[in-house]
Ligand binder design. Structure first.
Ligand SMILES: [Zn+2]
Length: 136
C-alpha cells in the first residue's frame, strides 16, 4: 500500500515543515486504480497514528477516468465498453483514473489566530502544492 504512504508523507512533510498538523486529507481515487475505497480510508487512518496527521478527517472521492484524444486534443471521460472521443477517434491517452492521489489537504496551527490553511494544486498538471483558502 505505498500509495497511502506517499499520500500521507506529502501532507505530513508540509505539516512538519511548517509546524502544523493535518486536519483533513482529500484523496481522489481513480475508478481504474483498483483501490478499494473503504480499505484505503481505514489504512490511511491506521497509518496516520503517531504522525502529524493523526486523527485527521480522510475524504476519499471516487474519480472517473479522463482521457485526452490524440486526434483533436479534447479531454473526455472514456466509456468502459467502447472508449472513443466524440470526434470518432479511438486513439487517446489516459490522463487520470488509474491511481489514487492526494487532491488537497488542510493544515491547522494550534498557535495561529487565522483559519486553517488548505493546500491543493492550483494547476492539476503541476506536481506542487500551493496555498489555497480553506473552505469552512
Ligand atoms: Zn477527438
Amino acid at each position: 500500500m505505498d500509495i497511502s504512504e506517499r499520500i500521507l508523507e506529502t501532507a505530513c512533510a508540509e505539516a512538519e515543515r511548517t509546524g502544523g498538523r493535518v486536519v483533513t486529507l482529500s484523496v481522489s481515487v481513480g475508478s481504474l486504480s483498483g483501490c478499494h475505497i473503504p480499505s484505503l480510508k481505514t489504512w490511511l487512518e491506521e497509518l496516520s497514528r503517531g504522525t502529524a496527521a493523526e486523527g485527521c478527517t480522510v475524504d476519499l472521492l471516487a474519480a472517473e477516468p479522463l482521457a485526452r484524444c490524440l486526434g483533436c486534443s479534447r479531454v473526455f471521460a472514456p466509456e468502459r465498453d467502447r472508449p472513443a472521443c466524440s470526434c470518432g477517434s479511438t486513439v487517446f491517452s489516459l490522463i487520470s483514473g488509474q491511481e489514487a492521489c492526494l487532491d488537497s489537504f488542510v493544515l491547522e496551527y494550534p498557535d495561529a489566530d487565522g483559519p486553517p490553511l488548505g493546500f491543493g494544486p492550483a494547476d492539476p498538471d503541476s506536481p506542487g502544492y500551493n496555498v489555497l483558502p480553506a473552505d469552512g
